[in-house]
Design a protein around this ligand. Structure first.
Ligand code: CIZ
Length: 310
């Protein structure tokens, strides 16, 4: 049955001239059938570089990621298998909240984490990802004398502030999946696997980051795991990445730092919904042109600061 569904997905993909992009946190079956798996920036770049012969992108991730792909590539149809796959972190700040903050600190540059809505990106000077946040904030600070406004993730903002000493006004948002990982859970995982290296995502709390061996984005973790002489790793980020880490490093072992590291929104897309999305090319993700153009400027600014992206 599943095989039939997979074959149908591959057939429809050809018929629709579509490409399937999947985030590193998607379920295993989706990662396996996708044309490309990556973090939100890598996926958005793929979406922006599509061959002219392709007409649609089925974006398997959460809404803001598909929106980022739509911002970068207005000429293609961007479809998401489940449009209710939202991001509580991105919902923790509204455009009004950010407008008020900008009024309060009119000379402060605004840096927004990619986990934000198109409206928030449109109100920001520059966007960042978890791997380039430090570089982007340093750039923003060098271009102004006022503190840098950072939205919406307090843990990533705090991590950058602690690394750089830059004066920052940090919004109090958080990713519920990463924020609930407790240092004690990491310590127990380490006790069970004493030679494992702990890799933690900067969306985790400071107390968890402080006991990690390395703090990295998902693309950073993939690079570290591949290059390291260590053979065991405890992974403090959403569990979907463990699948890809194992696949790309079959001789190494990976353990999730906590059973809580499952994002319910990332797990909403499945093969049936992917099939339906390919069949109907719905639900489509659209961004109004005035917002898209301004959000695009904030993303382009990031790319110019960090030419290599993630
Ligand atoms: O940028 C992304 O895709 C996210 C949300 C996390 C990461 O570190 O890749």
């Amino acid at each position: 049955m599943e095989d039939l569904l997979r074959r149908e997905i591959i057939r429809l993909k050809e018929v629709r001239k579509a490409v399937i992009l999947a985030h590193n946190y998607q379920i295993d079956e989706i990662q396996d059938i996708a044309d490309f798996t990556g973090d939100s920036l890598e996926l958005a770049r793929r979406a922006a570089d599509l061959a002219d012969s392709l007409e649609a992108v089925v974006f398997c991730g959460v809404y803001f990621m598909a929106e980022t792909a739509a911002i970068l590539n207005p000429s293609k149809k961007i479809v998401i298998p489940d449009e209710t796959a939202g991001c509580p972190l991105s919902d923790m700040i509204t455009a009004d909240d950010l407008r008020k903050l900008k009024e309060k600190y009119p000379s402060s540059p605004v840096v927004c984490y990619v986990n934000s809505s198109a409206q928030i990106k449109a109100l920001s000077d520059v966007c960042c990802t978890s791997s380039n946040a430090e570089r982007v904030v340093k750039y923003a600070a060098s271009s102004a004398r006022s503190p840098v406004i950072f939205v919406p993730d307090r843990n990533l903002g705090d991590w950058v502030r602690r690394r750089t000493g830059i004066d920052m006004i940090i919004w109090d948002g958080f990713c519920p999946t990463h924020d609930r990982v407790l240092p004690d859970e990491i310590l127990s995982a380490r006790a069970a696997h004493p030679s494992a290296k702990v890799l933690a995502h900067p969306e985790c709390r400071a107390a968890a980051l402080d006991i990690a061996d390395e703090v990295a984005s998902t693309s950073g973790m993939l690079k570290i795991a591949a290059a390291s002489s260590a053979t065991e790793f405890i992974i403090a980020t959403e569990s979907g990445l463990v699948w890809r880490l194992k696949k790309e490093n079959p001789s190494k072992r990976f353990y999730s730092a906590s059973p809580k590291l499952i994002c319910p929104n990332m797990k909403k897309n499945d093969l049936h919904k992917l099939h339906r999305a390919l069949e109907s090319l719905e639900p489509e993700v659209r961004v109004p042109e005035d917002i898209r153009a301004r959000a695009h400027a904030a993303i382009k600014k990031m790319l110019s600061i960090d030419g290599s992206g993630k």
